[in-house]
Design a protein around this ligand. Structure first.
Ligand SMILES: NC(=O)c1ccc[n+]([C@@H]2O[C@H](COP(=O)([O-])OP(=O)(O)OC[C@H]3O[C@@H](n4cnc5c(N)ncnc54)[C@H](OP(=O)(O)O)[C@@H]3O)[C@@H](O)[C@H]2O)c1
Length: 152
């Protein structure tokens, strides 16, 4: 069985209004939204009472936090991932499986050209703390890695 499933892989593309690249938007939805759901579905039989599932999402998927527009594919894909993760939190609750929806912070990885507020190691440590604190009573919460609860 699996104690912990972390769905982390993701891609970030950019699109300009007036020249929207719908292939790029579809690709982000495939990788960022459908793939984590597919993987979780494929591994359902390996999850047991006490197992945890973490989704590495982004606050760019927050509608309430969208103050700058743009990034259509990425924002839509992470928003939809958040919706799927909340449904999973509800659906897996009777099996005592908890779900975390985690924004890692602005992390200096390849995705953003190395320009972040935190290093990958720091982000990984914080994410690990959130996953340790995950339990049935807080399943389905949208957290920043630093522990803040984020708005939808
Ligand atoms: N960096 C940030 O500031 C930031 C902020 C918010 C959220 N996030 C999220 O954090 C997660 C990790 O991002 P990162 O910053 O570490 O980005 P990254 O440096 O670009 O790494 C992305 C990872 O995803 C994998 N991946 C991408 N497409 C894949 C596919 N089709 N199949 C399998 N693996 C695939 C890549 O594998 P390969 O190297 O093999 O391609 C790579 O390991 C993502 O979900 C991202 O959206 C990051």
């Amino acid at each position: 069985h699996l104690d912990l499933l972390i769905n982390n892989a993701g891609i970030l593309r950019d699109e300009q209004l007036g020249q929207l690249d719908f292939t790029s938007i579809e690709q982000q939805i495939k990788v960022n939204t459908l793939a984590p759901l597919r993987i979780t579905e494929a591994l359902l039989s390996k999850l047991v009472p006490g197992s945890k599932v973490a989704f590495i999402t982004s606050r760019m998927g927050s509608i309430a936090d969208n103050t700058s527009g743009g990034r259509y594919g990425y924002r839509m894909s992470k928003c939809a991932l958040n919706a799927a993760a909340v449904s999973l939190a509800h659906d897996l609750s009777p099996r005592d499986i908890s779900v975390a929806i985690l924004h890692p912070g602005l992390v200096g990885t390849e995705m953003i050209g190395g320009h972040g507020n935190v290093t990958p190691d720091e982000a990984a440590n914080q994410l690990s703390e959130r996953i340790d604190a995950l339990e049935p009573r807080n399943s389905g919460t949208f957290w920043h890695a630093n522990g803040d609860v984020l708005p939808w």
